[in-house]
Ligand binder design. Structure first.
Ligand SMILES: C[S@@+](CC[C@H](N)C(=O)[O-])C[C@H]1O[C@@H](n2cnc3c(N)ncnc32)[C@H](O)[C@@H]1O
Length: 271
């Protein structure tokens, strides 16, 4: 299954490498639970090569590593990889483009992808490539954070939309679109988290505002500094008007984890 690289069409996360973890607020115990579910589901040990494709700052990889999984993190952004390394040493991190993975065909025992396919214009090519490197019957895991967010973040995104500075992602529109494509590759898709990965955290309002002020979400990265500053002013005004300017904000979220199993493709496989 050859992969064709069409264009260097990736969204660079270099600009938010040192901000990323603070703005993607999944608690450590939830990340750890994801790692445990994967380890148990795939029956992995530390000698089984397992790829976190689009590893970012290693939010998931460091928990996979701590749970005894032989994880390798791959990402196109050197700054994100450096951040990952500064948080957790001990597992390999490589700079690679998901459109052409530097692994032999049928060499990996599993792959995880979280928060990445919506960013890749060639997301189907990336999935073809993942399938190429997976051993027969080795799983691909897909994770989706469905942040219910919080009213301040909701207003932030509404304002960005109204002001025309929020653009749609260049990659997959939804997980359903991804699942349909995977099914067309003979993948079977199963949810494996038991709908149990939910959380609620609290954050100081001024901290949340200072994070938003740094324009941390890729959908708004086309905004000029001045347009983004105007948005933040309007946000603070609306917060006052709506009585949201309390000292603490509560943020809720949940995470779903899906296993994709493919039919065998090698000669020793069933087809
Ligand atoms: C939203 S972050 C997700 C990181 C991590 N999976 C997580 O959930 O925390 C997306 C990551 O994908 C990386 N990325 C984007 N395009 C890529 C590509 N073509 N090849 C490899 N990595 C890519 C970015 O550099 C960024 O670190």
């Amino acid at each position: 299954m050859a992969s064709k690289i069409t264009a260097p069409d990736y969204v660079s996360f270099d600009r938010v490498a040192n901000l990323y973890e603070a703005t993607r607020m999944v608690p450590a115990d939830t990340l750890d639970r994801v790692a445990q579910i994967i380890r148990e589901d795939a029956r992995l040990d530390s000698s089984d090569p397992f790829l976190d494709a689009g590893v970012g700052t290693g939010r998931f990889s460091r928990h996979l590593y701590r749970n005894g999984i032989g994880v390798i993190g791959a990402d196109i952004s050197r700054a994100m990889l450096e951040q990952a390394r500064s948080i957790q040493e001990g597992f390999p991190l490589i700079q690679a483009n998901l459109y052409r993975l530097p692994f032999a065909s049928h060499s990996l025992r599993g792959v995880l992808m979280v928060h990445i396919l919506h960013l890749l214009e060639g997301w189907r090519t990336a999935l073809d490539e993942v399938r190429r490197v997976l051993q027969d019957e080795a799983p691909l895991y897909l994770g989706y954070e469905t942040g219910r967010r919080n009213p301040i973040q909701d207003i932030y995104f509404e304002l960005a939309t109204q002001r025309g500075i929020r653009h749609r992602h260049i990659g997959a529109d939804s997980k359903e679109e991804v699942f349909d494509y995977l099914r067309s590759l003979d993948g079977s898709v199963t949810r494996i988290d038991g709908a149990a990965l939910q959380w609620e955290i609290e954050i100081e309002t001024r901290r949340l505002l200072s994070l938003l002020d740094r324009n941390p979400f890729s959908q708004c990265w086309n905004a000029t500094e001045s347009d983004h500053a105007k948005l933040m002013k309007e946000l603070e005004k609306l917060m006052e008007e709506k009585g949201l300017a309390t000292p603490i904000q509560r943020i809720c979220g949940d995470f779903s984890l899906w296993r994709v199993s493919f039919q065998c493709t090698t000669k020793s496989g069933s087809r």
